[in-house]
Design a protein around this ligand. Structure first.
Ligand code: GLA
Length: 717
């Protein structure tokens, strides 16, 4: 709901209010974003914003005020959200309110992925700011959803003047936070590297700018496009938390600016390092969308809001409630070394064990024997797959499994027929030898012919109608970027290909991947309802990665597989049950040679799949809580999934490392009905919801390294 009260524009979400204020002298100010407020007319608020700084032209000094979309250099000397060049020189923008409109629903977004209304009630406020001296107009857009505490913001910058201008910074959102002091606030980021993605890092804010970003050409393994600001005292269970998250997969930057008076300005958008975007008169630039989320119920409250929002408004809707097939992926079992017989052997055993889909990973195309050749040559390798993709798909289908296949559409090896024929397809700076990453080059998706090539080979592959699943990989960062806005243009090309192919083949399930989790972001989730979370598949390593990812992304979006022991990345030996338990808090599958398992393990797979099928509705639609964090440094981690009706809860406890004489592991649940009675499945234990939440229960976790226990509580009448 959006209402107007005098000079105030009031957005009301499920539990949040967001209030803007139009100042008498035309500036658009921020009044409040946080826990829902009863509406008021705010006539008592002082209207003057005067300052002792005499250089302020109309004596309005904005630095002490909260603004909606600040520009640097006129009457505010803090970092701004937008910067424009005219004739090669920086303009000094003074943006003033021009108009606003309230629209029912959410207007379509051009060229970029964004949240969708999807039938839920939402309204959009569009406020136009303008600097008439420079002919710049900025349309700020805010969508508020009745069912959510997430507010979707973006900006559209228009050259309304007569001459060309150039954008050098165009952030999606700026938030001058009301009611919070920096010295009482922590900043949380999701940091990492390959095989260590999205670990939670938390630190106090300080005067100056705390910032994160990516200039690798993807949202990156290093710093995910997400920042949370929370009370210093906030925990998973309590306190206020506010998130900013970009629906974008390219270079990004988040700046948290703390001024001398302890005020916080949080901003984010496309990374402006080297960014230049020319706008001829009449042209506009659309920023990616930023999802703001506020919760007064701790970090878990914020996570729940983001999960619900992404399931309802970001993930492709046809997969919103559809159960995912349990798959077996060939990578960690066969790597590049396979032929039809090896594949079919796995498929036969997989069928017996109850697995539903086989995904043929890297190595099936061109003359690929290792990672040095053939990316770009998307026809079946004649030695490995003599009957072609259709042939192997038919054989797998005949054995009762669905078929999925790996592709890396954005890449080519220099040793490939593609690049022999089209040496101009990859990104290259031309004056130096090409920079290779994993022996491959990035194809230049800013070029029309490359976009068409990607569309047409994918189309050809999928048109046989026998492929149910695509794993879309992207295995290197970008280098040799000569044109500053190149990465953004690249993503416009990529999103075009993704939009085209996912719309044309709506029933195909797409899994995203980028050397594991190097592009795990809400932009990709608009096309790929799940993403391979990380190349490290060890259950204990995955605890931090999955918990960090779940801070803002839903569990169903996380590809998580049971793999062999000793683990291929870290050599750790963990119980089969723990590997399955951790993988079931995501989209579940296997990535090991099922044919080589003992009869006992094969029949255990059946039990694991059956258990996963019971938990899966909670993975797709339930509430996730962190009871004992993987980052707490304790001897175990505990997570909970609860059904929305609070009738079922599943608790996973994993011993991270044994410790002698460690004491008893009480675990307290959250979010149950206090006065209801709950039975712990498979035991005679019966607890009240209150007892489980305030006293806790003893999961019976063995004291040995890497043991785990999955407990289920069901409400009884
Ligand atoms: C990446 C992926 C792996 C696998 C390999 C294949 O590293 O993350 O899952 O697909 O590529 O080359």
């Amino acid at each position: 709901m959006i209402t107007e009260r005098g000079r105030y524009l009031i957005l009301q979400g499920k539990n949040v209010s967001y209030i803007l204020r139009i100042h008498e002298e035309g500036y658009l100010l921020h009044y409040y974003y946080g826990k829902k407020l009863r509406e008021n007319d705010y006539t008592y608020v002082p209207v003057e914003i005067r300052s002792f700084y005499t250089f302020a032209p109309d004596r309005v000094f904005l630095e002490g005020e909260k603004q909606e979309y600040p520009a640097f250099g006129y009457n505010d000397l803090k970092e701004g959200a937008v910067q424009v060049l005219e004739n090669g020189r920086d303009t000094i923008l003074s943006l003033k309110y021009k108009a606003h409109e309230i629209i029912d629903g959410k207007p379509a977004f051009e060229g970029l992925p964004s949240s969708k209304a999807n039938g839920e009630n939402c309204q959009t406020l569009v406020v136009t700011l303008s600097d008439e001296a420079y002919g710049i107009e900025i349309r700020l857009s805010y969508t508020v959803f009745d069912d959510s505490d997430v507010i979707a913001r973006s900006a559209r910058i228009i050259n309304a003047g007569n001459g060309p201008v150039c954008l050098t910074k165009a952030f999606s959102c700026s938030l001058d936070i009301a009611g919070k002091r920096a010295r009482e606030t922590d900043m949380i980021t999701l940091r990492g590297a390959w095989a260590k993605e999205r670990n939670i890092e938390r630190h106090p804010l300080f005067q100056g700018i705390s910032e994160i970003g990516s200039r690798t050409g993807e949202s990156s393994h290093y710093l995910n496009p997400f920042v949370a600001l929370c009370d210093r005292t906030a925990t998973n269970a309590s306190g206020e938390a506010l998130g900013l998250l970009l629906v974008y997969s390219g270079n990004h930057r988040f700046q948290i600016n703390v001024d001398a008076y302890d005020n916080i300005r949080a901003m984010c958008g496309i990374h402006d390092g080297g960014f230049r975007w020319d706008l001829a008169p009449g042209e506009a630039f659309q920023t990616p969308e930023c999802l703001l989320c506020f919760s007064a119920e701790g970090l878990d409250g914020m996570s729940r809001e983001y999960h619900d929002f992404m399931r309802a408004h970001i993930l492709p809707q046809r997969f919103r409630t559809a159960p995912r097939p349990v798959l077996v992926n060939s990578w960690e079992s066969l790597y590049f070394d396979f032929d039809e017989e090896k594949i079919l052997n796995i498929v036969r055993h997989a069928k017996e064990a109850g697995i539903e889909l086989f995904v043929l990973d890297d190595g099936w195309f061109g003359h690929r024997k290792n990672d040095s050749t053939s990316l770009g040559d998307w026809y079946a390798n004649p030695e490995k797959l003599p009957s072609g993709v259709e042939g192997i798909a038919d054989k797998i289908n005949a054995l009762g499994l669905k078929f999925g296949i790996w592709v890396e559409p954005e890449m080519a090896n220099p040793v490939s027929e593609l690049l022999e024929k089209h040496p101009d397809y990859p990104i290259a700076c031309r004056k130096h030898p090409p920079v290779l990453g994993r022996n491959q080059q990035v194809l230049d998706l800013t070029k029309r012919e490359v976009v068409e090539f990607a569309k047409s080979f994918l189309d050809k592959l999928l048109s046989c109608g026998k492929i149910s699943y695509i794993k879309w990989d992207m295995n290197r960062s970008m280098a040799e970027i000569t044109e500053p806005a190149f990465v953004h243009r690249y993503y416009l090309g990529l999103y075009e290909v993704l939009g085209y192919i996912t719309e044309k083949y709506p029933d195909v399930l797409f899994e995203g991947c980028s050397g594991g989790g190097g592009r795990f972001d809400a932009g990709m989730l608009c096309y790929h309802p799940l993403i391979w979370t990380s190349d490290v598949s060890d259950a204990i390593e995955r605890l931090k990665i999955q918990e960090g990812t779940a801070l803002c992304y839903p569990l169903s979006a996380m590809g998580s597989h049971v793999t062999a022991c000793p683990n291929h990345q870290v050599g750790r030996v963990t119980p089969f049950s723990t590997r399955a338990n951790v993988a079931s808090f995501g989209t579940f599958g296997y990535e090991l040679n099922v044919a080589e398992l003992s009869a006992e393990d094969k029949s255990e797979i059946k039990n694991q799949i059956a258990r996963y099928r019971e938990i899966e509705p909670l993975v797709r639609e339930g509430d996730f809580s962190v009871l004992v964090s993987a980052f707490s440094g304790g001897t175990f981690t505990a997570w909970q999934l609860t059904s929305k009706d609070k009738k079922r809860a599943v608790v996973l406890c994993v011993r991270t490392l044994a410790s002698a004489n460690a004491g008893r592991d009480f675990v307290r649940l959250r979010g149950l009905k206090e006065d209801s009675m709950y039975a712990r499945k498979g035991t005679k234990e019966i607890y009240s919801g209150g007892e489980l939440m305030y006293r806790g229960f003893l999961p019976g976790l063995p004291g040995t390294d890497f043991a785990s226990v999955l407990s289920e509580f069901i409400e009884i009448d």
